[in-house]
Design a protein around this ligand. Structure first.
Ligand code: AP5
Ligand code: ZN
Length: 217
């Protein structure tokens, strides 16, 4: 399956993507994780992205689209993928459509995670990420690691993201409403959107998502 995951910052895209990708046997591709890996490795791409990310603004399409297409061209993505955080504006959505159509492919679904703004703020404030693998996500209250500050999955150190400040979160929400939400209408016109509530426990949301995608666990 070729799936795009959309939702505001803190909706639980990364959290759900981990389980959905495993259940559906497709790779989880997060442009946010790719940027953070480039930043921690000090690559030129990471240097270009860092300033935008810390401010909560979208990284320019000239940088983002090439990075996403490179990742989508790798062997493990040829039989499906779960895209998390890409596309994030109409330009990126159009770029993805032409990238896929050149290969005679289309998306199967766009899963839209709906969550009220108060909940997003609480989820982001308590989020902790693993330094070794950014896909390992915890929450100090809702999904605490067994040992404080240590990743349950790989033993890596847990940290708080640089863009999880109140100011950057406000900008990220604003960017989401003005630039990302329009892609939902773009995909509705192609009859691809399934919207689910992202409220409730992590497992409950995964089950809801699998049902919405027409697959049970
Ligand atoms: P990105 O990394 O994509 O961040 P985001 O969209 O802001 O989303 P988040 O990672 O904040 O949230 P999430 O929905 O994944 O939630 P999570 O699962 O962690 O992008 C960061 C930046 O990179 C952007 O601002 C931009 O600068 C740049 N960027 C990335 N892609 C780009 C693109 N395509 N174009 C341009 N720029 C781009 O969950 C949040 C917390 O809630 C966690 O602590 C989790 O444990 C907890 N939680 C999750 N589910 C539940 C639940 N059901 N109940 C209780 N708690 C829960
Ligand atoms: Zn880890």
């Amino acid at each position: 399956m070729r799936i795009v995951l959309v939702g505001p910052p803190g909706a639980g895209k990364g959290t759900q993507a981990q389980y959905l990708a495993k259940n559906l046997s497709i790779p989880h591709i997060s442009t946010g994780d790719l940027f953070r890996a480039n930043i921690s490795q000090g690559t030129p791409l990471g240097k270009q992205a860092q300033e935008y990310m810390n401010a909560g603004r979208l990284v320019p399409d000239e940088v983002t689209v090439g990075m996403a297409e490179d990742r989508l061209s790798q062997p493990d993505a040829q039989h499906g993928f779960l895209l998390d955080g890409f596309p994030r504006n109409i330009g990126q959505a159009e770029a993805l459509t032409s990238f896929l159509s050149e290969k005679g492919l289309t998306l199967d679904a766009v899963l839209d995670l709906e969550v009220p703004e108060e909940e997003v703020v609480k989820r982001i404030a308590g989020r902790r990420l693993c330094r070794k693998d950014g896909a390992h996500v915890f929450h100090v209250e809702y999904n605490p690691p067994r040992t404080e500050g240590v990743c349950d999955i790989c033993g890596g150190e847990l940290y708080q993201r640089d863009d999880d400040t109140e100011e950057a979160v406000r900008v990220r929400l604003d960017e989401y409403h003005t630039k990302t939400e329009p892609i939902i209408d773009y995909y509705k016109a192609q009859d691809l959107v399934v919207t689910i509530s992202a409220l409730g426990g992590v497992q409950e949301v995964t089950e809801r998502a699998m049902n919405a995608l027409g697959r049970t666990e």
